[in-house]
Design a protein around this ligand. Structure first.
Ligand code: SF4
Ligand code: SF4
Length: 487
């Protein structure tokens, strides 16, 4: 079933209602997207925080990703700008694509055997594995002749339901597999079988399976439960026995009716303990349900499913509590039975990952969060089209692999930083959200949710490092206005 996105329920005059204005973040006051002028706004890289235990005020800079005292003396270890950072900067903010991708994302098609309530795909229902796609051989030839994969670290395989395309996947792995290559499969989990394990356990690279499952919200949001099927349990156990070659995570989408992180965590922990899987070997990779306005945007979430309004405050409290419990658990103060997650442990946007970058003042990469603007992140389909990303419909086809030099990525907006995000304390984490063109009120709805999510991670990083709750005093300060906080 296709869900029409009920964007009419959000009217522009409600934009401010979607922003939590209970702290000193002044994004809403200076944004030219909110004011409607769409002009470039002034820089305001500094945010002042107050540590609740001591009253000490600390300054964070979006530009350097460093922590300072109020006289702007650095409190971080300063990691110097290096060649690698310069090299990364030369590849971002682009609409062109390079023939030396670091990360290649391949879309096979939109076939899926499930009908998740917030997914907007159309080709759904048939659970049968599809035959090898007729363009596949020529696609592989084109990749071999047009791309240089010698630097490629990761190849993502996307559907629809990715595993339904197994007959088209194995020829690609056979051709391009090598030592160290990460093969990522986004799957709803239901088609996973022993044959997939048998094949993946013999490859040179490693297979990473992200299993989309919403924990306690799964049946109402996605459909029939399958985790207790004996075949699934057996397959997951065998994956855990082959960890050198195969790993899996559970990937719930956090939405308006399913944002209790404790309930989601406990669902997966209890499930694994019950069936004999090892919870210590599994990460929960939470995805924030964001709204997109194009109706073929699979993986996106309709407005009704996005956390907004009063629920934002409740979600903020849950996030704070969840991160606090993770900190207690990490310090051995209490065992809350929380699994590893991308909120706290894994990746540069987690509490620990982000905390490390500002403790060491590692310069932030100013790119989109998904790499859509990175010329070395390439999304293609097996017809040889280059796409903005794997989650978009055909209107986002931006050229072909055969004429890669002519590709200009379509329907993206990189101007939001200049109009709205310059003064945001969590710009380093959110990076202006998804770059795809959407109406302003859709962007602002996502922004409000991103702020709640990323500010909790930022507060958590302060707490993990400084041992105290941190309170945001004021954002958007520049070299002149910061002086009022001088001690
Ligand atoms: S452009 Fe990036 S953030 Fe937006 S849907 Fe595609 S992958 Fe996700
Ligand atoms: S960086 Fe993200 S959270 Fe911050 S203002 Fe921009 S969209 Fe909103």
């Amino acid at each position: 079933m296709t869900i029409e996105i009920p964007i009419k329920f959000i009217t522009p005059h409600k934009i401010e209602d979607t922003h939590l204005l209970d702290d000193g973040d002044n994004t809403g006051d200076v944004s030219s997207i909110i004011s409607g002028t769409h002009e470039v706004i002034e820089d305001g890289p500094y945010t002042v925080f107050r540590m609740k235990n001591t009253g000490q005020q600390l300054v964070y800079s979006n530009f350097t990703n460093g922590i300072y005292d109020t006289n702007l003396n650095s409190l971080s270890e300063v990691t110097p700008q290096d060649e690698k950072w310069d090299e990364i900067q030369s590849h971002v903010k682009k609409k062109t694509k390079s023939n030396t991708p670091i990360w290649l994302r391949i879309l096979f098609g939109h076939a899926c055997n499930y009908s998740c309530s917030y997914c907007l795909q159309k080709d759904i229902g048939n659970p049968d594995e599809r035959s090898k796609i007729w363009t596949l051989d020529s696609f592989i030839d084109t990749v071999k002749t047009k791309l240089d994969l010698s630097q490629t670290e990761k190849i993502d395989l996307w559907g629809g339901e990715t595993m339904l395309y197994w007959k088209s996947i194995t020829p690609i792995i056979d051709e391009f597999d090598r030592e160290g290559m990460q093969w990522y499969f986004a799957t709803n989990g239901t088609p996973l079988r022993q044959k997939h394990i048998d094949y993946m356990s013999k490859i040179k690279g490693i297979g990473l399976f992200g299993i989309s499952h919403d924990g306690p919200g799964h049946v109402s949001l996605r459909g029939k439960e399958f985790l207790w099927d004996p075949i699934t349990i057996e397959v997951l156990k065998n994956m855990q026995k082959n960890r050198e070659k195969i790993r899996f995570s559970f990937n719930p989408v956090v939405t308006a009716t399913n944002y209790d992180l404790f309930a989601i965590n406990n669902f997966f922990r209890d499930y694994m303990l019950e069936v004999g899987l090892d919870p210590d070997l599994v990460t929960i990779s939470y995805t924030l349900g964001r709204v997109h306005a194009d109706e073929d945007h699979d993986g996106s979430v309709s407005m009704d499913h996005v956390i907004r309004g009063d629920d934002l405050k409740k979600f903020k409290d849950i996030l704070d509590r969840y991160i606090e419990c993770q900190i207690e658990q990490a310090h051995g103060i209490a065992d809350h039975g929380l699994l590893r997650s991308n909120i706290f442990h894994n990746g540069p946007r987690s509490v620990l990952g982000y905390g490390e970058t500002f403790q060491k003042q590692i310069l932030p990469n100013i790119s989109t969060v998904c790499g859509a603007d990175d010329d070395q992140v390439l999304s293609v389909d097996v017809a040889g089209n280059v796409r903005t990303c794997p989650h978009v419909d055909d209107s986002f086809i931006s050229g072909t692999l055969n004429k890669l030099e002519d590709v200009v990525i379509k329907k993206v907006d990189y101007s939001r930083y200049d109009k709205h995000c310059k003064v945001c304390p969590v710009y380093r984490l959110c990076k202006s959200n998804c770059p795809i063109n959407v109406p302003d009120f859709v962007f602002l709805t996502n922004c409000a949710l991103e702020k709640v999510w990323n500010k909790a991670i930022q507060r958590g990083a302060f707490k993990a490092i400084f041992g105290s709750d941190a309170e945001l005093v004021e954002s958007g300060l520049n070299e002149t206005t910061i002086t009022k906080y001088r001690s």
